[in-house]
Design a protein around this ligand. Structure first.
Ligand SMILES: NC(=O)C1=CN([C@@H]2O[C@H](COP(=O)(O)OP(=O)(O)OC[C@H]3O[C@@H](n4cnc5c(N)ncnc54)[C@H](OP(=O)(O)O)[C@@H]3O)[C@@H](O)[C@H]2O)C=CC1
Ligand SMILES: CC(=O)[C@@H](O)[C@H](O)COP(=O)(O)O
Ligand SMILES: [Mn+2]
Length: 394
């Protein structure tokens, strides 16, 4: 009998976080969540998670430490473990400290590029990084890659988990191209003009997945797929021209690899995150019964269609920033994060998002030379400020 892997779970209260807890609870012989971090929007949920998992370390970015402590104490008493006293961290660095706490696996399920420092901390601590927080890799690019040992980063993003699984079928030299599948989002099939009136509520109606606000909006604009093209380039060292995107609305095929002989290997499954999360925590081992397999006795139609780059220019723009490298991906992502907030706040329309990101990218003057974390953070700060200047000029 082997000892369970220790897991530090960042973003424990979110879509990825709660599903990671589900996997860990179902597999106590394999995984033990020893530390959690969240933003702090719901201290009651954080306390409930901490008590039920018995974690040793709890971090939140904001909120009242005394309130969290009281909730933990109340929860511990109710659970019949009144002496339970985890270490509590509150503040901007909490997730970074939890990420660097030395767990066997750090599962980064934070949303947004705020996940960069925790990603770096996990890599520096020598933990395996199960990476859902794609933004940290994309904005950090060569900095993050430079810190990672071979196989230290295990993708959790469904498309990249699929590609990692497909790559087991051949060598790197035998790969001809990667093919990312895309749902097309809730507005698939709409023309540019039809997109002018879509609402935030409509943008949050993803056809297949229940995810957080930012990634769901990014699926609607196709920014998510743009980010995923850059993510695939960074994770798998495949040039941008060898990374294709195909719209597959059912998302049963999570992504594919085409090999030099013309064979295409795909990874299939129900459109849920349970397999990618379980594999991220257990890599390279599969976790039995993580998800129900597809039922092949039922008839179903699977569709494939090309991207509509006119209505959804986000992927083409992402390719440009990915190829430009340096701080461009950080600027693309930061401008988009600001626009997503502005869209949900009612300040801008859906169709304002990509033109604004594009303007900010065009105005960016990157530093030259090797990229540092400080340069990334400075570029992000500039991009966030400039996004609001561009929006104010409209
Ligand atoms: N959901 C999915 O199916 C998929 C998600 N991903 C990626 O995974 C990541 C998470 O997505 P998702 O779970 O949907 O997002 P959610 O919005 O559902 O959850 C985000 C989590 O991050 C936490 N958080 C926010 N700010 C901080 C901070 N400063 N420090 C610590 N924690 C913080 C939130 O805490 P709080 O609740 O307190 O705000 C919450 O726990 C994103 O990068 C996304 O792109 C990738 C593939 C699929
Ligand atoms: C589950 C997952 O990995 C998400 O990134 C999802 O794939 C979103 O799909 P689309 O961005 O293709 O709508
Ligand atoms: Mn994805």
């Amino acid at each position: 009998m082997t000892t369970p892997r220790t897991i530090a779970l960042l973003g424990s209260t979110g879509s990825i976080g709660t599903q990671s807890i589900q996997i860990a609870r179902a597999n106590p012989d394999r995984f033990r969540i020893t530390a959690i971090a969240a933003g702090g929007r719901d201290p009651g949920l954080v306390a409930e998670q901490a008590v039920s998992l018995g974690v040793e370390l709890v971090g939140v970015a904001y909120g009242d430490e005394a309130e969290l402590r009281t909730r933990l104490e109340d929860g511990a008493r109710a659970a019949g473990r009144p002496s339970y006293r985890p270490e509590i961290l509150v503040g901007d660095d909490a997730a970074t400290t939890v990420g660097g706490s030395g767990a066997d696996v750090v599962l980064n399920g934070i949303t947004g590029s705020i996940g960069l420092r925790p990603t770096i901390a996990a890599l520096q601590a020598g933990s395996t990084l199960a990476l859902a927080n794609k933004e940290s890799l994309i904005v950090g690019g060569p900095v993050v890659k430079g810190l990672a040992a071979p196989d230290q980063i295990v993708p959790v993003d469904s498309e990249h988990s699929a590609i990692a699984q497909c790559l087991r079928a051949g060598s790197q030299e035998e790969v001809r191209k990667l093919v990312l599948t895309a749902s097309g989002g809730p507005f698939r099939g709409l023309a540019e003009d039809d997109l002018k009136k879509v609402t935030p509520a409509e943008a949050l109606a993803h056809p297949n997945f229940a995810m957080g606000k930012v990634i769901t909006t990014n699926s609607a604009t196709l920014v998510n797929k743009g980010l995923e093209v850059i993510e695939a380039h960074l994770l798998f060292d495949v040039p941008f021209e060898a990374i294709d995107v195909v719209v597959h609305p059912q998302q049963y095929i999570h992504s594919m690899v085409e090999f030099v002989d013309g064979a295409v290997v795909a990874q299939l499954g129900l459109p849920t995150m349970l397999v990618p999360i379980a594999l991220g925590m257990g890599w390279p081992d599969r976790v039995p019964d993580a998800e129900t397999p597809i039922d092949w006795s039922k008839a179903s139609d699977w569709r494939f269609e090309p991207l509509d780059d006119d209505a959804f220019p986000a992927v083409a723009l992402a390719r440009q920033v990915g190829i430009a490298g340096s701080t461009y991906p950080a600027v693309y992502n930061a401008a988009n994060e600001e626009c997503v907030e502005a869209f949900h706040g009612g300040a801008i329309a859906f169709v304002d998002i990509i033109p604004t990101v594009s303007r900010v990218v065009a105005d960016h003057e990157p530093d030259t030379g090797a990229l540092s974390v400080e340069q990334v953070l400075a570029a992000e700060t500039w991009a966030r400020k400039h996004t609001h200047e561009v929006l104010a000029r409209r």
